[in-house]
Ligand binder design. Sequence first.
Ligand code: GLN
Length: 304
Amino acid sequence: MNYETIFQEIYQELLSVKDIGQVADYIPELAYVAPEQFGVRLTTIDGEKFAFGDAEKRFSIQSIAKVFTFVLAYSRIKSSIWERTGLEPAGTPFNSLVQLEYDKGIPRNPFINAGAIVICDILASELASPKENILSFIHRLTGVNSIGYNDKVALSEKKTGYRNYALVNLMKSFGNIRNDIDIVMDIYFHICSIEMSCTELSQSFLFLANNGIVPHSGEQILSASRTKRTNALMQTCGFYDEAGEFTFKVGLPGKSGVGGGIVAVHPEKYTIAVWSPRLNKKGNSYKGMLFLEEFTTKTSSSIF
Ligand code: GLN
């Protein structure tokens, strides 16, 4: 299939749709992004590549990084991870505090902020140099060693991270954070600041389409069964309180971030990463969602 022609077609169609989304500005450093940028990249497990627009341009991946840290923790502590986080959709915004009190400091799932913070706590206990080890993990997935943190973005988040600090303190009060709060939050703010392009994101998620094996190196990251479960979790929890809508309209497991990126996985086939910085009210890329909806419709390639 010539995916590039389809990308072009959908892009043209969407030009006539007014982008009613807003660039994330609650993290001041993110507000500087030029909002009209748009990129997409699809990579098949057989190594075919299709790109359009700003596919090579790096942007702040934000919550997409929660998949990398979850996979790293899951590959190490296996099913005991479920003693620290749940696996149910939250149905609340990504930085919500309400449910956490009822659930006694156990986050609903690892892809909301509270869950990702617990995962950072697990990695702080498990890894010798968590920030370096997380980056080298991403380097192995992509084959690109220049991917790194943006310290300005991490600092900007730290300075304005009142809700995230509230989450970590609440969890600490329930005993679900074992390390020093500052160590955990330093990891959390840094993983959110990682910058990658659509090309690199699509490449890095390929093992999730390939039974846990990185196609270019043959490295087994997760067992086939845990890979399936990670995809199931992205399907039900990857888009916060819009996971149902994404499943309904796009029909692929995926993960979004407030930098405007979305990565979706078609198991056994391909991964697709799209980037458009303006976000809808739920914090997911407005045009990115529309683009993927059109894409899976035109190519009849949802998993359902
Ligand atoms: N760094 C962001 C935050 O913690 C991540 C949110 C997101 O991408 N949904 O608020």
